[in-house]
Design a protein around this ligand. Structure first.
Ligand SMILES: Cc1cc2nc3c(=O)[nH]c(=O)nc-3n(C[C@H](O)[C@H](O)[C@H](O)COP(=O)(O)O)c2cc1C
Length: 371
């Protein structure tokens, strides 16, 4: 029996398998509203057999969007189109998850495929980003305005309100995005945080906002449902945020009731030298799992079903997050099922049975999405 295809339970929620659609920005929303693209994009991955389907980084305020085309959840009007998506994902037997985010100093940028680096200027429809300190990400990015205490409180509240809305929209897992050089990570890293108040300088102060946001989200997220946090385990830069600090932070997050750390890396500095290669971040997931005693998700150049199975069997992680490979092949989980459990019945949607060379009668009650 394959571990990758086995169900996994956190609190009262059981995922049908351990394959997760990693959050992926689509830069395709207008006014933060999900549309047909998001339904088909996320819906296809649910049809393809992933156990947990995460939305892209969904902004908790308009100012916290990476681009003007990001999904958002700062307004009640943004709930119904997401509801349509969670309904479809759930009908496929998968679990809908949402990543909540604020981009901080990396907000107001161009959609990546336009090939324009840096900030969109205010006169071109952009906005001035905010951050822990007035330090730009790089020379092409705008210098952010330093957040004061009242503005920090507002952002914590925005995460709480977005979590409330996410619940109404039908999501079962919420992930706080504290990685990739976005706002919470900007507070964690001494490269971007040079504050002298209770949010800066020492480790205890730099982790304060991530802990406050997570605690506040955990408080409003139902007891029976899990909360994840995505962390960058390292900045990959001397004197940046490092793996020892991540291990310590993960312990604190576990104490707050976080159920899983989704372990990524990088994003704060353009000078990072990242040894990108198959499973290059997995060792951090393993270290946090062992030393912080909390379940982890592994992500980063995991492309092969045997590789994924191996990571779980070591065990280096508890869930496998896939991003680009699921863009290339939304049916990756169904193929993995065929690779890892030959002879067992892969749960293809009934509508696609004829593609499997295993046409067997399907009982109406086994239909994924009973009509
Ligand atoms: C198109 C695209 C959009 C992404 N958007 C997000 C995002 O919204 N939030 C996030 O935490 N990571 C985002 N990522 C990073 C992925 O979730 C993942 O961590 C990274 O791509 C490494 O996994 P992979 O090698 O399987 O692609 C994005 C990646 C891609 C390719």
């Amino acid at each position: 029996m394959s571990l990758l295809l086995e169900p996994y339970t956190l609190r009262h929620l059981t995922l049908p398998n351990r394959i997760v659609v990693s959050p992926m920005c689509q830069y395709s929303a207008v006014d933060g509203l999900a549309n047909d693209w998001h339904l088909v994009h996320l819906g296809s991955r649910a049809v393809g057999g992933a156990g947990l389907v995460f939305t892209e980084a969904t902004a908790v305020t308009a100012q916290g969007r990476i681009t003007a085309q990001d999904l958002g959840l700062w307004d009640d009007a943004q709930i119904p189109p997401l509801q349509r998506i969670t309904r479809f994902i759930t009908a496929q037997g998968a679990v809908p998850g949402i990543q909540l985010a604020h981009a901080g100093r990396k907000a107001s940028t161009h959609r990546p495929w336009l090939g324009k680096h840096g900030s969109v200027k205010v006169e071109d429809g952009g906005w001035t980003p905010v951050g822990p300190s007035p330090i730009a990400f790089d020379p092409e990015h705008a210098k952010p305005t330093e957040l004061n205490k009242a503005q920090i409180d507002d952002i914590i509240q925005a995460f709480v309100e977005a979590a409330h809305r996410a619940l109404k929209a039908g999501f079962k897992v919420v992930e706080v995005h504290a990685a990739h050089g976005y706002l919470l990570h900007q507070f964690l890293s001494p490269l971007s945080n040079q504050r002298r108040d209770e949010y800066g300088s020492c480790f205890e102060n730099r982790i304060r906002l991530t802990l406050q946001v997570t605690e506040a989200v955990r408080e409003v997220w139902p007891e029976e449902l899990p909360v994840f946090v995505r962390l960058s385990a390292t900045d990959w830069v001397e004197d940046g945020w490092n793996p020892d600090e991540t291990v310590e932070l993960a312990k604190r997050l576990r104490a707050l009731g976080v159920d899983l750390i989704d372990v990524s890396s990088g994003g704060t500095s353009v000078h990072a030298e990242i040894p990108v290669g198959p499973g290059y971040q997995t060792r951090f997931a393993e270290r946090i799992r062992v030393e912080s005693r909390i379940p982890t998700g592994a992500v980063g150049m995991i492309t092969d079903s045997m590789q994924a199975e191996h990571i779980l069997r070591q065990p280096q992680a508890d869930l496998i997050f896939l991003a680009r490979e699921l863009l290339r092949d939304p049916y990756w989980p169904l193929h993995a099922d065929e690779d890892l459990q030959p002879g067992l019945k892969a749960i293809w949607p009934a509508q696609y049975q004829r593609a499997t060379h295993r046409e067997q009668p399907i009982h109406e009650s086994d239909l994924r999405d009973p009509a």
